[in-house]
Design a protein around this ligand. Sequence first.
Ligand code: ARG
Length: 398
Amino acid sequence: MAKRVVLAYSGGLDTSVIVRWLTDKGYEVITYTADVGQGEELAEIPDKARAAGAVEAIVEDIKEEFARDFCLPTLRALALYEGKYPLTASLSRPLISKKLVHYADKFRADYVAHGSTGKGNDQVRFELSVWALNPDIEVLAPVREWEFKAREEQVEYAKKHGIPVKATKEKPYSIDRNLWGVSVECGPLEDPWQEPPEDAYQITTSPERAPNEPEYVTIGFEEGVPRSLNGAEYRLLSDLILELNEIAGRHGVGRIDMVENRLVGIKSREIYEAPGALVLYEAYRDILSLVTDRFTFHYFMNHVPHEYAKLVYEGLWFTPLREALDAFTGRLARDASGEVRLKLYKGSVSVVGRRSPNSLYEEDLATYTEEDAFDHIAGKHFTKVWGLPLKVLGKRRS
Ligand code: ARG
């Protein structure tokens, strides 16, 4: 019986060559292509896959599953890798891996395959996710092993086997896109001192060319789920995110330029665009700070965002750690209902208003007017007790 493999297939040159290459090595290749909101037409994917030698080609829209089960928990954790990156590419890998495992089981394949290289993070995320879900499956990564050294050799191989190579001059970038955002690397970006050329950006207008008038957007949350935009309800979170990408992207919001630490030890310069995600991060942080008591909010901010970002980045999605952190943020999310109003203007997003039925803000306690209900004498005694250690320390020092 032939060895069967389910391959994560994008339809690009790399993965098409992989189909052929695996077929030559005696595998029966089933391709799996997910619509995660990459904004590409996928109708021709099955024909392309079969032309390259695949025996079966699966195309599936998993946008809502991606938004609900992967983006939302990460938003609730306010996770940003190294304080900046909203984990757009990192998040799609565990979901795609889950699907590969599912179809491997369905088609009784002993192998799954991906097109990641040996020096990136994605190989780690794919493989750890697959093993966590089915340790008996073997993962193949042809790009790490095959004989092609230069791109030209790959192109030649493709031509020899009748795999269509786009004649259009290709952009020098490596781009990964889904509804949560875009990541771009390679080409001129490899010089970390050079400002990214405008053509590196895929879904945002440059702040310079953004409208001269600010735009306001109101996001409604229900128990920590973004449900409405400017009063309009969205049944699908994925639709809300895609719409927010449009709105915020027009204002140049969501561009990130960073040098990051990859898992394999190298630093790399990457740029990201995540207009919708970053607006949601701002909004969610704000609603959370309004409805969460100080002790819980501080604990959350100190312990969750960084840890969560690390585990997503490092391929540890399918762990009890992630589930436990989700339970924690899920509890906080229960109170996070209400609205946040934000202003988008030439690359910036700022929260300008927030309200919630669960708000812990009490105007009569906060006010400096005569409505003030705060006990100022209590403040005096509080300060005395709180400051006692410093008084003792000061005495010792003098
Ligand atoms: N550095 C990012 C990450 O590891 C993005 C990698 C995306 N891949 C790509 N081919 N651009 O999550």
